[in-house]
Design a protein around this ligand. Structure first.
Ligand SMILES: [Zn+2]
Length: 367
């Protein structure tokens, strides 16, 4: 077992002793704010799995403000595209009866262009606000008639008040300082209010069909929660979980995306969860996912060995194929690394011929 003192404290329990599950390398363009390398680790204190990134929250804020593509018209969360729109409507089907009063003060943190707020407005909810680090997303939000604030968990704008219902959907997996985020959530919550949390369920990455190897390990998703660790976080921050849902989102059965959903409300006291054997499940399932990804990547690299390879349409998933992986802290080039280096050289050559910008090594995520 390879252990280390992590650069980044565990997002759930705050400890730093961790076991290295994988060492990831990412191909990044010049001036990219996020580090090109990070270890995926399992906390020895609580079993949480996370990226031990050297990037600060300021680096990530800059990335989301300047490099991510969520402000694009068909970006995830915009509700403009068919599958995205249907996903948001389904979320509102679940949320509407749990929010209750149509005049409840609602805020969506990390709201991007406000697709979910628009879906709520169509159901008659009237007090709708959003926070996002991207100034372009905030402009779009205001243009759509909502109260938009530029900010993040670490920088909640002073004009924000208290809210009856807080939405943190697909955001906590992106946050460097998760404990600071939970303090902010508690602070924004009005008495009797509720918090809705949705994240990918890392306990179900393994054996998911129709995905690329290592697809779930990328530079945006730096916290790999399962429901156990989300519940533990809520308890540690004085939030009582009232609803827990394991669900899958996606149009096609084989590509369903496993997510965990929690609804929580404020309690008076924070409490420490008792030690549980469930804490180690995530590490075991994650290790199985890494093994499965490595086997698939090795099998793929065997097929392309000695051949010229071109990727068209570089995105998060393809970037995952360009990653090199080593295990146990000692770097070992995978069989694909030759292809990766060749691809990167090709990208440089392509750039000198002014090919489209999409021939870029690290473009932002899609769902
Ligand atoms: Zn921990």
């Amino acid at each position: 077992m390879n252990r280390k003192t992590a650069l980044r404290a565990c997002p759930v329990c705050g400890k730093r002793r961790a076991e290295i599950l994988a060492a990831m390398r990412y191909a990044v363009p010049e001036g990219f704010p996020l580090p090109a390398e990070s270890d995926i680790v399992a906390c020895l204190g609580c079993g949480m799995v996370y990226a031990d990134t050297s990037g600060t929250q300021a680096d990530y804020d800059r990335y989301y403000a300047d490099f991510a593509n969520y402000e694009n018209p068909n970006g995830q969360g915009s509700g403009m595209e068919g599958a995205d729109a249907r996903r948001l409507e389904q979320s509102v089907d679940w949320l509407a009866p749990r929010i209750g009063a149509k005049n409840a003060r609602i805020i969506d943190i990390g709201c991007v262009q406000g697709g979910l707020l628009m879906a709520l407005a169509r159901r008659g909810f009237s007090s709708l606000s959003g926070i996002d680090p991207s100034p372009r997303c905030v402009d779009l939000l205001r243009a759509a008639g909502f109260s938009g604030h530029q900010g993040s968990f670490g920088h909640i704008p002073a004009e924000c008040g208290k809210y009856d219902f807080i939405i943190a959907s697909h955001v906590l997996e992106h946050v460097v300082d998760v404990r600071e985020a939970f303090s902010a959530l508690r602070q924004l919550l009005a008495p009797g209010g509720k918090i809705y949390i949705k994240t990918p369920d890392a306990g179900r990455y393994y054996n998911r069909k129709g995905t690329l190897p290592f697809q779930e390990i990328n530079q945006e998703h730096i916290n790999h929660f399962d429901l156990f660790h989300l519940d533990m976080l809520c308890a540690a921050h004085g939030l009582h979980v009232t609803d827990v849902v394991r669900k899958s989102i996606g149009e096609r059965q084989e590509q369903n995306y496993a997510v965990g959903v929690l609804l929580a409300e404020k309690e008076q006291e924070a409490c420490i969860a008792p030690p549980s054997s469930e804490a180690t499940h995530l590490k075991q399932l994650f290790a199985a996912y890494i093994l499965e990804s490595r086997r698939r990547l090795d099998s793929f690299s065997e097929k392309i060995r000695g051949r010229a390879v071109a990727f068209w349409g570089a995105g998060r998933g393809r970037n995952g194929c360009w990653q090199t992986l080593s295990s146990g802290g000692k770097r070992r080039s995978s069989p694909l690394s030759t292809a990766i280096r060749a691809s990167r050289a090709s990208v440089s050559r392509a750039a000198s011929f002014s090919l489209p910008k999409r021939v870029c090594v690290n473009s932002p995520m899609t769902p």
